[in-house]
Design a protein around this ligand. Structure first.
Ligand SMILES: [Zn+2]
Length: 576
């Protein structure tokens, strides 16, 4: 039977670099599925493979079904052999044609069985895309049909991975309902009916729709932003947790002489220079760009932006990238305003510490997920030495060395006059350590560190690096990480945290089955986690306990609690 596995390798905000395996064909997400029209192949499969390294494509089963010659040949050979493509082949069902022409001459069952017959890896059922501004009762009616067809698709139990369309126009309640129902039954879901929002630059509606869907489905669902093929939205859509994009846009735009860039679209006649270094733009002059060359450039522009988004995810600076992109059009600024309205939800998925500095890149920086998380944790810390650090507000001077307070880069006018960095210098190390403990683990955690512990500074940086036990002065109880100045407790201190904070605080509870491995120091995998403290955040230091709350090890959370509970693959805790 068709099989889909998905796991997260790396993440930032709600974006993830994922390993998606379908029928033993593996791809890395986020990625783009170029749409291949067998009636009008502008770029050949050979070129898609060789020049673009494409490992997943999308084509249209309805077009094939309705073309007798194609249908017979592909039914006979199978879609992979016909295309000479060994990667993942996704097929669309004719929903798009239905939207454009009003009707199609097939049924849900027929088109699904046909996709199975030709050997599609990813198939679509015949969902009904509503236009964003459809009259609500009409959109509701269409959604009922879509949901009934999803149910039918499930019952047919075909040898296919179904890319299940979530509809509901721009109506958030409809989208949520559809997402809840579809999300229960399908591992791969598609946010449908959003192309018009992209084309009309209605980015705040677009963000609201995607966020509504993402909030309503389990976190382990791979999410396809159906038809979202313009690179200017890849970053923001990925940041909300979209994994797959498809592009017919590269060819459709080329048909109309439109040149795609990550910050917008230009007509060829508007260009005096080609602002791109892809093989097409380097080797041809503007007046030499025909439809095919333009389509190739458009596709290069898409893949380049996707690589940039992925690099930003591993560098933890996706916020900065999407904030920068937002500056290319006021409609994108509205989009990012919407995005920060979802800060509470995003803050639960995002990491508590990051490897790159917090760049203030505009007013919306004030509401980023890191700020939501930091402000919540600041409530745990009492101090009389407060420093104003924008955008976090008053921060105890004792903890201004830790992430994110230690690496905020704000414009001059927002800077604290005395500067935050020098402030902590007069404070005794032990006071710093106690307040950092409170911030990280909860009020009162600092009391667990005795006043007379032995604190050792790094010879190189002169910063606090190691904390040794007060009595046994050679026993390391914690280290302080150089990068973010957060405390990494050893078992001794972890035991005290375990005693002080009641179950399930700070804990990741693991299945007995995983005990022997974790005891040895192996990582905890998602499927062995039975329970987790939901106040924890990705990258937090956590206590790994067994089902009877015995402390086993300490480690670092690799994903957010919600992701850990939803995923059954991938690492949950990197054990120390
Ligand atoms: Zn180019």
């Amino acid at each position: 039977m068709a099989d889909l596995n998905f796991e997260i390798k790396s993440k930032d905000i709600a974006a993830r670099i994922g390993k998606l395996k379908i029928n033993n064909r593996e791809i890395e997400t986020p990625t783009l599925m170029p749409v291949y029209n067998p009636n009008k192949p502008l770029i050949t499969i050979e070129e898609l493979k060789k020049e673009f390294g494409v490992k997943v494509i999308m084509t249209n089963a309805y077009i094939i079904l309705k073309n007798e010659k194609l249908r017979d040949e592909i039914t006979d050979k199978g879609i992979h052999k016909y295309l000479d493509f060994d990667g993942i082949v996704a097929t669309d069902s004719g929903s798009y044609q239905m939207m454009v022409y009003g009707a199609v001459t097939t049924t849900n069952e027929e088109i699904l069985k046909f996709q199975e017959k030709i050997g599609s890896d990813i198939a679509s059922f015949l969902d009904i895309p509503s236009l964003p501004d459809a009259y609500k009762p009409r959109a509701e009616e269409q959604l009922e049909i879509t949901l009934a067809r999803a149910e039918e698709a499930k019952k047919l139990n075909l040898n296919l991975i179904i890319n299940a369309g979530i509809q509901g126009a721009r109506y958030i309640d409809l989208r949520k309902r559809a997402a809840e129902e579809i999300g229960k039954n399908f591992k791969l879901v598609a946010v449908g009916g959003i192309v018009k929002l992209m084309e009309d630059y209605r980015f705040s509606d677009l963000i609201n729709v995607i966020a509504a869907v993402k909030e309503s489905i389990p976190k382990n669902r791979a999410v396809h932003a159906f038809g979202l093929g313009h690179p200017m939205v890849f970053g923001i859509a990925a940041a909300l947790g979209c994994d797959l994009f498809d592009s017919a846009a590269y060819a459709l735009y080329a048909q109309n002489g439109r040149y795609i860039t990550p910050s917008g679209t230009k007509h060829l006649h508007e260009l005096s220079y080609l602002p791109c270094s892809c093989p097409v733009c380097l080797n041809y002059k503007i007046n030499e760009l025909d439809e095919k060359l333009l389509a190739k450039h458009n596709l290069y522009a898409c893949f380049e932006e996707l690589r940039r988004v992925k690099q930003a995810i591993v560098e933890d600076n996706l916020w900065e990238l999407i904030q920068m992109r937002a500056r290319s059009h006021p409609a994108l600024i509205s989009g990012i305003e919407k995005m920060v309205e979802h800060g509470e939800w995003l803050s639960k998925i995002d990491s508590i510490t990051k490897t790159s500095a917090f760049f203030y890149a505009g007013f919306e920086s004030d509401y980023r997920s890191e700020v939501v998380n930091a402000k919540k944790r600041l409530q745990r810390v009492c101090s009389e030495n407060l420093i104003e650090i924008h955008p976090f507000g008053e921060v105890p001077a004792e903890i201004c060395d830790i992430y994110p307070f230690n690496c905020v880069l704000v414009p001059e006018r927002l800077e604290n006059e005395e500067g935050a960095m020098g402030q902590g210098s007069g404070i005794r190390d032990i006071h710093k350590i106690k307040k950092i403990m409170d911030y990280q683990f909860g009020s009162g955690a600092g009391d667990l560190v005795a006043d007379n512990v032995r604190i050792v500074r790094s010879r190189k940086t002169r910063r606090i690096r190691w904390i040794y036990d007060a009595k046994n002065r050679r026993e390391l109880i914690a280290s302080v990480r150089a990068r973010d100045h957060l405390i990494i407790p050893k078992m001794n201190l972890a035991g005290k945290l375990h005693e002080k904070f009641e179950y399930p605080k700070l804990r990741v509870v693991i299945d007995d089955e995983a005990l022997p491995f974790v005891t040895e120091g192996k990582s905890v995998f998602c499927k062995f986690v039975k329970e987790i403290d939901t106040d924890l955040r990705c990258s937090d230091e956590v206590l790994v306990v067994d089902e009877n709350d015995n402390l086993i090890r300490v480690g670092t959370l690799h994903l957010s609690p919600e992701e850990i509970m939803d995923f059954d693959r991938g690492m949950a805790v990197r054990v120390r």
